[in-house]
Structure formats: C-alpha cells, structure tokens
Design a protein around this ligand. Structure first.
Ligand code: HEC
Ligand code: HEC
Ligand code: HEC
Ligand code: HEC
Ligand code: HEC
Length: 393
C-alpha cells in the first residue's frame, strides 16, 4: 500500500530515534527501568484497578486536574486518524512509545518473527492515554515521589493500606518527563532533534538553579500540565510591551521571562506578532498588516528546518511597525500577539485530507476542527495616534 511522505518520514523519525537515557550513572537506572517500553502496568499481584477513574475514587483532585490536560487526550482523533495497529503495527508502536506506552495499551506485540495479537490489551487503558498508571504503576505497584517533609523517603501508612507503594526520588526529576519530551537521533532538521525540550531546559539557567519541569508544570503537585494551549500559562511566561514610536509606528517587544526552554519548545505551535492600522470604528484597514513569526517551522516531511525564531530563556524579540504613508482614514494602530498552538498539525491534516493520507477520514476531520479552534489572542493594544503628520516616524 502507498504510504504518504510525511507519515513515512515521521515514522522514521520516531522509530530510529533512541531514548535519551544514554548514561547509566546513579539514578539513571530507575529511569531506564521505569521507561523501558512497552511498560507493564498490571502484575501477578498488586493493584488491578488501574483506570484513572479507579484512582480518582481516592485522588479526586488529581483526577479532575489530569482530565483537563492533554495527557488525558493522547489517544484522541489526532493520533488515531493516522495509525492503524492491525495493518501497520510497527508504525503504530513507534507512536505509542509516547502516546500509549503500556503493553496493556498496545493491540499488537513485537515477536521474534513479526507481530502477534496481545492478550493483555485493554481498550479502556488505551483510551485513557498518558494516564495515572502510565506514569505511576508498574507490575501492580504504585510509584510516587518522596512525600513533602519526609526525609526518610518512605511511603505513608495510609498509602500502604490502599495499595502497594514504592517511593522513588526520580519522580521529582525532569528526567521523568524526558522519556517522552526528548528525542535523539532520527530526523534532526536544522541540526537539532525534532523534540528537544529536555536538552533546552538542561542548557538553561533553570536547570542550574534546580527549577524542574514539575516546578513549572505541576506547581503544588497539581496535575494540570498546562502549556501552549493555555493562555494564562503562556502569558505568565512572557513579558510583552508595546511602545508608540510616533504617528502610526510602534515597537513590540516579547521577552521569554519565565519559559524554562525555547518559547515555544515544539515545531507545532506558531506565535504571530502583528500590527495594522485601524479606522475610527476600530476596523482593520486593508493592506496595512505586517507580521513576524516566533516558532520553529519545519517542512512537512520533517527533513528541513525553514526557520527557527524561537526565544531562548531570557531572550527578547522586537518587531517594529512603520507602515509608511498612512491613509487619511487611519485613526490608530493596533498591535497583537496571537498563538496557534497546533499550526503544524493543522497544515498537515489539511494536506493529508486532500491527498488521502489517513487511516480514518472522519477522525482526521474531527482533529482538524479541534486544531482550528485552538488559536487565541494573547495580547492586543491600540494606540490612537494623531496621524496628521502622515508618515510613521
Ligand atoms: C482506596 C483508595 C485509593 C486508591 C483507589 C488509590 N489510592 Fe493512591 N493513595 C491513597 C492514600 C490514602 C494515599 C496516602 C495519602 C495521600 O497521599 O493522599 C495514597 C497515596 C498515593 C501516592 C503517593 C504515595 C505516598 O506515599 O503518599 C501515589 C503516587 C498514589 N497514591 C497514586 C495512585 C494511583 C496512580 C492510583 C490508581 C492506579 C491510586 N493511587 C489509587 C489511596 C488510594
Ligand atoms: C509517557 C509519555 C509522557 C510522559 C512521561 C510525559 N508526557 Fe507530557 N505529553 C505527552 C504527550 C503524548 C503529550 C501530547 C498529548 C496530545 O496532545 O495528544 C504531552 C503533553 C504535555 C503538555 C501539554 C503541552 C501543550 O501543548 O500545551 C505538557 C505541559 C506536558 N506534556 C508536560 C509534561 C511534564 C512536566 C512531564 C513530566 C512530569 C510529562 N509531560 C511527562 C507524553 C508524555
Ligand atoms: C517522543 C514522544 C512522541 C512520539 C514518539 C510521538 N509523539 Fe505525537 N506528540 C508528542 C508530544 C509531546 C505532543 C504534544 C506537543 C505537540 O503538539 O507537538 C504530541 C502531539 C501529537 C499530535 C497533536 C495532538 C493531538 O493529539 O492531536 C498528534 C496528532 C501526534 N502527536 C501524532 C503522533 C504520531 C502519528 C506519532 C507516530 C508517527 C507520534 N505522534 C509520535 C510526543 C510524541
Ligand atoms: C505524566 C506523568 C503523570 C501522570 C499522567 C500522573 N502523574 Fe501523578 N505525579 C507525577 C509526578 C511527576 C509527581 C511528583 C511531582 C513532584 O514531585 O513535584 C506525581 C505525584 C502524584 C501524587 C503524590 C502527590 C502529592 O500531593 O504528594 C499522587 C497521589 C498522584 N501523583 C496521583 C496521580 C493520579 C491519581 C493520576 C491520574 C489521575 C496521576 N497522578 C497522573 C506524574 C504523573
Ligand atoms: C521555568 C518554568 C518552566 C520550566 C522549568 C519548564 N517549562 Fe515547559 N513551559 C513553561 C511555560 C510558561 C510554557 C508556555 C509557553 C510555551 O509554550 O513555550 C511551557 C510550555 C511547555 C510545553 C508546551 C509545548 C510548547 O511548544 O511550548 C511543553 C510540552 C513543556 N512546556 C514541557 C516541559 C518539560 C518537559 C520541561 C522540563 C524538561 C519543562 N517544560 C520545563 C514553563 C516551564
């Protein structure tokens, strides 16, 4: 069967890619064991009820936080419209490494001579995506972080009464997240891994100061995992300032003041800095719009980097707007910052739908609609400059 270029390319990127845990020093052994995929959630003994709803009976806040996060949707239409484990199991398993990494989530098993049906497959666990058990449960045992204020690193009696429990200091380390938020090898457009979040963080001042992924994405051990899709999180990570430079002209400055890696870290989002003239009723005057982009744009086959204008921690970008002669009806100048969290996939789904590169058309249309709806306005300001002097200065 004819496979499509970007899908094939993505498979390659994913299948060739090796996990980042190259060195085995110290605590590394835990991360290798914990994320040796496919991971096994259920065991001969121990906890059997491992769906998020089962954990939520006793951990209600964790369940409601996680349910609003993208981790709960990692086996949604975006993924399922592209993979068919029964027809192309090798391809599917490459994606499942991060989207559904448990043996109980995989329809097929790799065997010495190909692929076989998997008796441990559990559709409920697959649908739950990167669920509680994917991060916490191995062989029926709950793994969790050292409890606040407990130097000895022992499970609480209450926890032990509820389930077999192991304490693992690695839970509070950024390494835990690197298992899925870092690639090495495979395609490296522009000489950088396609997914490079852990390395970007490690190179930053945040790593040196011991500020982890969990500190920013799980404050107070909440399980919200908010990122580029949440305007509040993005706003809190940036400083945005616009100053008038005289009639019809302005300067916008966006500074990465609180994002612990490149802003944005993935190739998927696009941040648009935009300015245009408005008339007396505040409407945009056609032909006056200028834009600049913050993002890392790669070709749809992932082989080439087209540009990388992302902001490293601490870095600032300025965008100057000088439209030249302003039409007489111009009453002011507007400046905006817009975020399109799913730009890459929006473009990819659109082109896949027109070329037939999907395993389920209905699901891909659903994924495209969701992506279209995710754009938001992060910042907007209007300067009502007197424009009588005609030219931007
Ligand atoms: C019958 C109730 C119950 C169920 C079901 C349950 N837990 Fe717990 N769990 C507890 C109690 C009680 C504690 C200790 C107090 C606390 O931290 O809330 C605990 C503690 C924990 C801890 C921290 C370890 C520690 O020593 O404090 C983790 C992590 C955890 N549970 C994860 C899970 C996961 C994941 C599931 C589902 C697979 C789950 N629990 C299901 C009751 C439960
Ligand atoms: C088992 C793999 C896996 C692990 C481990 C993992 N993630 Fe994720 N994460 C994903 C996947 C897959 C998505 C995207 C889900 C989707 O949208 O389909 C995601 C999405 C996210 C997002 C949302 C990004 C956005 O676009 O808004 C954040 C934030 C995040 N993860 C943070 C973390 C942090 C922090 C850790 C470590 C505590 C972590 N993740 C561990 C797989 C993982
Ligand atoms: C190294 C871990 C990793 C692998 C392997 C991986 N993904 Fe993802 N994927 C992520 C993370 C993290 C996100 C969230 C950030 C983003 O939007 O890029 C994501 C987001 C997505 C999204 C957009 C969100 C959604 O659910 O609609 C789609 C679609 C997707 N991945 C499909 C795939 C497919 C298909 C494969 C296999 C060819 C794959 N992924 C392999 C980590 C991974
Ligand atoms: C992406 C991985 C991931 C997922 C999914 C996840 N957790 Fe956690 N969980 C963590 C990490 C990491 C910590 C420790 C955070 C830290 O040390 O700051 C933690 C801590 C906990 C704790 C101890 C928290 C405390 O307040 O002391 C409990 C209980 C827990 N998780 C339950 C759950 C439940 C229930 C779910 C599903 C509804 C879930 N987790 C989903 C990674 C995850
Ligand atoms: C100092 C705080 C901070 C630290 C540390 C941090 N992040 Fe973020 N992260 C943010 C903010 C703020 C955003 C929203 C802006 C953005 O999307 O870049 C974000 C966004 C994200 C996203 C959304 C996707 C995207 O393209 O930006 C993911 C995924 C993510 N972080 C994962 C991680 C992982 C994994 C780590 C650890 C290796 C980490 N973050 C460390 C603050 C932090």
């Amino acid at each position: 069967l004819k496979r499509l270029l970007y899908i094939a390319a993505f498979t390659l990127a994913v299948v060739i890619a090796s996990p980042p845990m190259a060195s085995k020093a110290g605590g590394e052994v835990f991360f290798e064991r914990h994320w040796s995929r496919p991971v096994r959630i259920r065991g001969q003994a121990g906890l059997k009820e491992v769906l998020p709803g089962d954990c939520g009976v006793c951990h209600a806040e964790k369940l409601s936080d996680w349910s609003g996060s993208l981790h709960s949707r990692s086996t949604g239409p975006g993924l399922l419209s592209q993979v068919d484990a029964s027809r192309w199991p090798g391809y599917a398993l490459g994606c499942y490494r991060c989207h559904a990494p448990a043996i109980e989530q995989n329809e097929k098993l790799r065997t010495t001579d190909g692929y076989a049906g998997n008796p441990a497959f559990d559709p409920g666990l697959k649908a739950a995506g990167v669920s509680c058990a994917v991060c916490h449960v191995r062989h029926g045992v709950v793994n969790g972080p050292v409890r606040a204020g407990d130097a000895a690193g022992r499970p609480s009696q209450a926890a032990l009464r509820a389930h077999p429990t192991r304490i693992e200091p690695g839970f509070s380390s950024s390494r835990l997240c690197a298992a899925c938020h870092q690639l090495s090898g495979g395609f490296e457009p522009g000489g950088k891994p396609l997914v490079n979040t852990y390395a970007e963080w490690e190179a930053s001042d945040y790593a040196a100061r011991g500020v982890t992924c969990q500190n920013c994405h799980m404050p107070g051990r909440r399980h919200l995992f908010r990122g580029i899709h949440d305007p509040g999180t993005v706003r809190a990570g940036l400083e945005i300032k616009a100053v008038s430079l005289g009639p019809a002209a302005l300067r916008l400055t966006v500074t990465n003041t609180g994002v612990g890696h490149e802003f944005p870290t993935y190739v998927t989002p696009l941040v648009v800095m935009r300015a245009f003239l408005v008339d007396a009723s505040g409407d945009e005057i056609e032909g006056t719009r200028r834009e600049e982009y913050i993002g890392r744009m790669v070709s749809s086959d992932l082989s080439r980097e087209i540009y990388d204008t992302r902001l490293s921690p601490g870095e600032a970008r300025t965008f100057e707007y000088r439209p030249g002669a302003a039409p007489a009806r111009a009453a002011g100048v507007a400046v905006e910052v817009r975020v399109r969290p799913d730009e890459f996939y929006r473009a990819m789904f659109k082109s896949a739908l027109s070329s037939g590169a999907y395993v389920d058309r209905g699901l891909m249309q659903k994924a495209l609609e969701r992506n279209r709806g995710s754009e938001y306005l992060l910042y907007r300001e209007v300067f009502n400059n007197p424009l009588t002097s005609g030219r931007g200065g």
